[in-house]
Design a protein around this ligand. Structure first.
Ligand SMILES: NC(=O)C1=CN([C@@H]2O[C@H](COP(=O)(O)OP(=O)(O)OC[C@H]3O[C@@H](n4cnc5c(N)ncnc54)[C@H](OP(=O)(O)O)[C@@H]3O)[C@@H](O)[C@H]2O)C=CC1
Ligand SMILES: Nc1nc(=O)c2c([nH]1)NC[C@@H]1CN(c3ccc(C(=O)N[C@@H](CCC(=O)O)C(=O)O)cc3)C=[N+]21
Length: 298
């Protein structure tokens, strides 16, 4: 039987409707506000940032779109973050990564007020998550867990194998799946892993987050496994108007014949990432209205 395709686009759309409904319940002066900061003109980053802003506006939130030249100094960026930290109409601050080489991403992440850190990249928020009482959950891992739950993929006792150990996907996802509410057993693979396929073949849940198109072939998948493809890779394709097509890290057509569940690219994890960003921004705004720490907002 071919795999059940987990439709991230429609699961995200339903969640965004619910978020928009909750936004409407707030008085006008408590309208959630998200500041998105993009330095430079990387085409992929520009398209993600535009998608975030559109989703924000569609949900009835305020979106502050700040685009700065690649020559922006670290000092100027830190000063902008300080100003956004202090602006009451802004409840979430997202600085799009990667940053130009002359800016230290750690310094930027540290500078964001942890109560406005809707990416959940600040060490204080990572710490809360690891300890099992999160303030904000990181958007992509949270989106992945939500997709698995929506698709009724059993998590408790499952062996989850994650390919990739980045700070924004692999590491936080490993931690979330490890928490008691998921109760999975977790393996994390990376470029130092010996015999990748021997690990992926053990996976009840296989998450590919390497940014390598075609890395996961059907012979690396245990029959019936849930395969989550996080990779978003632009492949040059002159037959397309845009000049490229998108591909995940998984050979989708072939993997669909082996897997029990699979997420497509596009239309899988990506739309969920943006949805969780809206969810975090809404929770932050509700907390601010009550003069509360978002950690106390369910
Ligand atoms: N859909 C979404 O919402 C999102 C999608 N993405 C996409 O997910 C992908 C990963 O992003 P990100 O985590 O930021 O990427 P990074 O480049 O920061 O990390 C990639 C990780 O994959 C590992 N890796 C790379 N190649 C291999 C290989 N051949 N075998 C085993 N491990 C490998 C690397 O190992 P090592 O540490 O040893 O170098 C590294 O840990 C990208 O395609 C990105 O565009 C990212 C964020 C959100
Ligand atoms: N501070 C910060 N926070 C991030 O969350 C962050 C970041 N920096 N830097 C880059 C990565 C990547 N990322 C994606 C978000 C949505 C899609 C997405 O919506 N993808 C669509 C397709 C988009 C397209 O057409 O190009 C899909 O998969 O269906 C993809 C990737 C967030 N990231």
């Amino acid at each position: 039987m071919p795999a059940h395709i987990i439709d991230g686009k429609s699961i995200a759309a339903a969640m965004r409707e619910d978020i928009a409904r909750r936004v409407q319940l707030l008085p006008e002066d408590q309208r959630p506000g998200l500041a998105v900061v993009l330095i430079g003109e990387d085409p992929a980053s520009m398209s993600y940032v535009t998608a975030k802003e559109r989703a924000c506006t569609a949900a009835g939130m305020h979106s502050e779109d700040i685009r700065l030249p690649v020559s922006t100094s670290q000092q100027d960026l830190l000063q902008l973050i300080d100003e956004l930290n202090n602006r009451d109409s802004i409840h979430g601050i997202l600085v799009q990564l990667p940053l130009p080489a002359h800016i230290d991403p750690d310094a930027v992440i540290h500078a964001i007020d942890p109560c406005k850190d809707v990416d959940a990249f600040h060490p204080e928020n990572l710490g809360h998550m690891v300890m099992g009482s999160p303030r904000f959950l990181p958007c992509t891992p949270h989106g992945i867990v939500h997709l698995l739950q929506k698709a009724d993929v059993p998590l408790a006792g499952a062996h989850a194998v994650i390919v990739g150990r980045s700070n924004i996907v692999g590491k936080p996802l490993a931690n979330m799946l490890l928490q008691r509410n998921c109760n999975a057993t977790v393996t994390v693979c990376h470029t130092g892993t010996r015999d990748l396929a021997s690990h992926t073949l053990q996976a009840d849940i296989l998450v590919a987050a390497a940014g390598r198109p075609g890395l996961i072939t059907p012979d690396m998948i245990k029959p019936g496994a849930a395969v989550i493809d996080v990779g978003v890779n632009r492949i040059t394709d002159t037959s397309r108007k845009r000049g490229y097509r998108l591909a995940g890290d998984v050979d989708f057509a072939a993997a669909s014949a082996v897997a029990g569940w699979i997420t497509p690219v596009p239309g899988g994890v990506g739309p969920m990432t943006i949805t969780m960003l809206l969810e975090n921004t809404l929770r932050s705004a509700i907390a601010a209205a009550d003069n509360e720490d978002p950690i106390n907002v369910p």
